[in-house]
Design a binder for this molecule. Structure first.
Ligand code: COA
Length: 129
């Protein structure tokens, strides 16, 4: 899917040869690691503080990612619970050239739980409207 990128990503990263799998494309676990980080950044925008990841769901790898691709990780709120927040992260890439259009390559929904120093769930403070 080709889409123009106008929004601000939580993370933008260039993928390196060290990130590849035996097929020479980018290892899915590397993408998931960045998705987890990008989602946590989005969770903090909605009031969460210290968070742990409790679930990653609806992970779909639409297309392979290649060395030199510039990957942008966009977060959006799905659900704000009492102690948990669920975020959708969409990953779009552009190739090494100056391409104006991005390809949507991966997406996932991640749920984070707001925890105290002992790792126990605590309510997420509500932001004033
Ligand atoms: C996350 C953790 C603190 C939750 O503890 P818990 O005793 O299950 O907590 P609770 O039952 O009170 O649930 C807390 C919140 O998590 C949500 N939750 C629990 N399990 C869930 C799941 N499988 N999927 C989605 N949400 C879930 C609950 O709905 C609740 O949300 P709400 O308060 O907004 O309604 C605990 O499971 C944990 O420490 N897990 C390991 C986290 C971790 O180390 N992550 C890194 C992975 S390497």
């Amino acid at each position: 899917m080709m889409i123009p990128s106008t929004r601000q990503p939580a993370i933008r990263v260039s993928l390196l040869p060290r990130d590849t799998n035996p097929n020479g494309t980018i290892f899915g676990g590397v993408i998931l690691s960045y998705i987890d980080q990008a989602g946590a950044i989005e969770a903090r925008l909605h009031g969460a503080g210290r968070v742990v990841t409790v679930a990653m769901e609806k992970v779909v790898f639409h297309e392979p990612v290649h060395v030199g691709d510039l990957a942008s990780f966009y977060g959006e709120l799905v659900r704000l619970g009492r102690t948990s927040v669920t975020v959708k992260v969409v990953v779009e890439v552009t190739g090494p050239g100056a391409q104006p259009l991005a390809r949507r390559v991966t997406e996932a929904e991640i749920t984070y739980v707001n925890v105290d120093e002992a790792g126990r769930p605590v309510p997420i403070p509500r932001r004033e409207a």
